[in-house]
Design a protein around this ligand. Structure first.
Ligand code: HEC
Length: 100
């Protein structure tokens, strides 16, 4: 069920099946601030890395964002995060970034 995140949409019955627990959600938000923020800004309007604000992500596919975060982007400063974030956690973060 881990790829449920890729089937965008609230109508997907499994969209919220694998939410991180509240404690982990807090850790993930801290990570977004401190780790991602150092390159993407705080709020993440862009810096060394591109903007991760909802309007910047609107035309970007979940699976490509997920791949960028999990595996990094070779040849750029974007590092892989798969050692720190599961696929589900990454999916959750992407949904958070999409919220205004
Ligand atoms: C060391 C700097 C750095 C850090 C830290 C970093 N990023 Fe990035 N990120 C980049 C750069 C540079 C790119 C653009 C890569 C490219 O040119 O394709 C990028 C690209 C991305 C993309 C793809 C955006 C798009 O428009 O396609 C996402 C999503 C992303 N980062 C999320 C994150 C998240 C989430 C974190 C924290 C867990 C993070 N990044 C931490 C530098 C960073």
């Amino acid at each position: 069920m881990r790829y449920c995140w890729l089937l965008i949409g609230l109508l997907s019955p499994c969209a919220f099946a694998e939410q991180p627990n509240p404690h982990r959600q807090q850790e993930l938000l801290n990570m977004l601030k401190h780790d991602c923020g150092s390159c993407h800004g705080l709020p993440p309007k862009g810096g060394l890395g591109p903007s991760l604000m909802p309007e910047a992500l609107i035309d970007k596919r979940d699976d490509l964002l997920l791949d960028a975060i999990q595996n990094g982007r070779a040849g750029t400063a974007m590092p892989p995060w798969r050692a720190f974030l599961t696929v589900d956690e990454t999916g959750w973060l992407i949904q958070r970034l999409r919220q205004p």
